[in-house]
Design a protein around this ligand. Structure first.
Ligand code: HPA
Length: 217
């Protein structure tokens, strides 16, 4: 996709995630999601790339899940599990690719927290959330929920574009310009990483198909 719909733009959550179902109907098997995110984890630096291993969907916590409303079983079950939303095998493949590309020094792994935005967080909110997540942003979790519900495999990356502020004495403030600047700085690395991932996820699929055929014989 070129861009995406965010709930803060005023669209209902389900509508924001609707393109994922279009992809499913087109025959897509794997969803690769990316986002810009603030670093909650104090060990993270601007420019780090975080593999998303899990998510905290704050909007869904408060009743605004993209799956809210009547469930159409053709997409998936009423009560889908989410403990296995981010595919562990694809994470392994990605770590291997990152090693090969020399991206390891700024590769991280962690939990992505989604807020509704459009405000950046208060200090109290950050102090609360640092206990539960590593990166925070205003997208992705609703798309991953819908993708997992309809059986897509999911792999996700967050680019850390700013450090979240948790100090009342701090003179700085999160702003959109620094987010864009950091994203530009890592654009080439991300492009190469994603190209390599697509190639290697495909290879991994071929390997799985071959092994499945062997076990049938
Ligand atoms: N908070 C929420 N969303 C974001 C941030 C942040 O600090 N950085 C980029 N997107």
């Amino acid at each position: 996709m070129k861009g995406r719909f965010h709930p803060y733009e005023g669209y209902p959550m389900a509508k924001c995630a609707m393109p994922v179902r279009v992809m499913k109907l087109l025959g897509v098997k794997t969803l690769l999601v990316t986002n810009a995110a603030g670093g909650l984890n104090k060990g993270f630096n601007v420019g780090d790339i975080m593999i998303i291993k899990d998510q905290l969907n704050l909007a869904a916590f408060s009743g605004n899940s993209p799956l809210r409303g009547r469930n159409d079983e053709r997409w998936g079950p009423r009560f889908p599990p989410m403990n296995n939303a981010y595919n562990k095998d694809l994470i392994k493949v990605a770590k291997h690719c990152a090693q090969g590309l020399g991206l390891k020094p700024f590769l991280r792994e962690g939990v992505y927290v989604m807020t509704g935005g459009p405000t950046y967080e208060t200090i109290a909110e950050i102090r609360f959330l640092v206990n539960y997540g590593d990166a925070i942003g205003m997208s992705t979790a609703h798309e991953v929920t819908v993708a997992h519900h309809c059986g897509l495999r999911v792999f996700g990356l967050s680019l850390i574009t700013n450090q979240c502020i948790s100090d009342y004495e701090s003179k700085s403030a999160a702003n959109h310009e620094e987010v864009l600047e950091a994203a530009k700085g890592r654009a080439k690395d991300l492009e190469i990483f994603i190209e390599t991932l697509v190639e290697n996820f495909n290879k991994y699929d071929l390997f799985l198909q071959k092994s499945a055929k062997k076990s049938v014989k």
